[in-house]
Design a protein around this ligand. Structure first.
Ligand SMILES: Cc1ncc(COP(=O)(O)O)c(C=O)c1O
Length: 397
């Protein structure tokens, strides 16, 4: 089956009871045994559930993996993947990764003795230089959150393999519609399905996808042992969201490029970060390794934090909110929101300052998005912001 057909059909159409076209929601914690020692394939929903299995088969097919585990959140996916390692193992991580990933790695370093190095992977020599005898993993996030740096998955996977390590890719920002890391040599993929895969901002979820059967068995064991599995209803929602992944991603990208081009010529905007722009330093790499540029755009407001804050507080169509990948446009301030848990030193090293604004460009009429950003950028300094904007999320998100 071709990709678009796989999206619609993989994992679904399995209702042998009544032939429903859409996967039913098996909202049950447990399953009756046929007799002692014999089930119809399921015994307890922490271990496995038919609705979850449908989503897992669907995501595995989209990524070209042999197995996917659908888990409760993107962070649960990252937690599960980190359990592939043991005390003393060394992980090299993208230097400007998602703040929650950095917080979890820090926690695992403190609690479980994992060794972590953050490396600017745009220069592969930095990665080679960071390799140690105990390096077991290169953790790749591309495009990065929020600066949208692109790093070379194939080259990084080759480096990992030549040193007996594995390459794990967080594919949240692009989804398998726009990037397929297994085709580029990666071993494990993690997703926050909360974002583009579900696409409707009504679920938190995650997935771990693997290429090798032995790793699949380990992940399956871990999801059950750690109790990470996603609920049947959430799985059903994500499965429904995925059906429109391709048309949504096309609309996100179309709007994002227009928004990025608009921002690039705006007098109150400094740098614009969007891999689809010819001016983006990794535009060629993005063209080569991706199937699309995605819907995330970041930019720096000219001036200082107060100027950024005024823009953040003045949009009317863009909602000031965490998260990304839904059909509606969101605006966020990485330093105080998604990356608040990152230490200021790490943020500085990642090149993230408090004038950076991140947009998750939705699929509304793009003219409304541009007019909204334009009016927010032009609000005079004397006018106070419409929304109250405080660092309330600091340690929560
Ligand atoms: C790149 C990336 N990975 C993982 C996560 C965590 O996902 P979740 O919020 O579903 O736990 C996020 C959340 O924003 C993210 O942006």
């Amino acid at each position: 089956m071709r990709f678009q057909t796989t999206i619609i059909h993989s994992g679904v159409d399995k209702d042998s009871a009544f032939n429903s076209v859409i996967t039913p929601i098996y909202q049950t914690s447990t399953f009756r045994f046929e007799e002692v020692g014999r089930t119809k394939g399921y015994d307890y929903s922490r271990t496995s559930n038919p609705t979850r299995k449908a989503l897992e088969e669907n995501i595995a097919a989209l990524e070209g993996g042999c197995y996917a585990a659908a888990v409760a959140t993107g962070m649960a996916a990252i937690t599960t993947a980190l359990h592939l390692f043991k005390t003393g193992d060394h992980i090299i991580c993208t230097h400007d990764c998602y703040g929650g990933t950095e917080r979890l790695l820090r926690t695992y370093r403190e609690l479980h003795g994992l060794e972590i190095s953050y490396v600017d992977m745009r220069d592969l020599r930095n990665v080679e230089a960071a390799i140690k005898p105990n390096t077991r993993c290169i953790w790749i996030e591309t495009p990065s959150n929020p600066l949208l740096n692109i790093i070379d998955i194939r080259a990084l996977s080759d480096i990992a393999h030549s040193h007996g390590a594995i390459a794990i890719v967080d594919n949240t920002f692009l989804s398998p519609a726009n990037q397929r890391p297994f085709e580029l040599g990666a071993d494990v993929i993690v997703h926050s399905t909360t974002k583009y895969l579900n696409g409707h901002s009504d679920v938190v979820g995650g997935a771990v996808v693997v290429k090798e059967k032995t790793v699949a068995e380990r992940i399956q064991f871990l999801v059950n042992a750690l109790g990470q599995g996603a609920s049947p209803f959430d799985c059903w929602l994500v499965l429904r969201g995925i059906k429109t992944l391709i048309p949504r991603m096309k609309e996100h990208e179309k709007n994002a490029l227009i928004v990025a081009e608009f921002l690039e010529q705006h007098p109150r905007v400094g740098k614009v970060y969007y891999p689809g722009l010819k001016s983006h330093p990794h535009h060629e790499l993005a063209k080569r390794q991706q199937h699309g540029f995605g819907g995330m755009v970041s930019f720096e407001v000219k001036g200082d934090f107060k100027d950024a804050k005024r823009v953040l507080g003045s949009t009317k169509v863009f909602a000031l909110a965490e998260s990304l990948g839904g059909v509606e446009s969101l605006i966020s301030h990485s330093v105080s929101m998604t990356h608040a848990s990152m230490t200021p030193e790490r943020r500085e090293k990642a090149g993230l300052n408090d004038r950076v604004i991140r947009l998750s460009v939705g699929i509304e009429d793009v003219q409304d998005l541009i007019e909204d950003l334009d009016q927010a950028l032009r609000v005079p300094k004397s006018v106070s912001a419409v929304h109250t904007f405080e660092r309330v999320h600091a340690e929560v998100v």
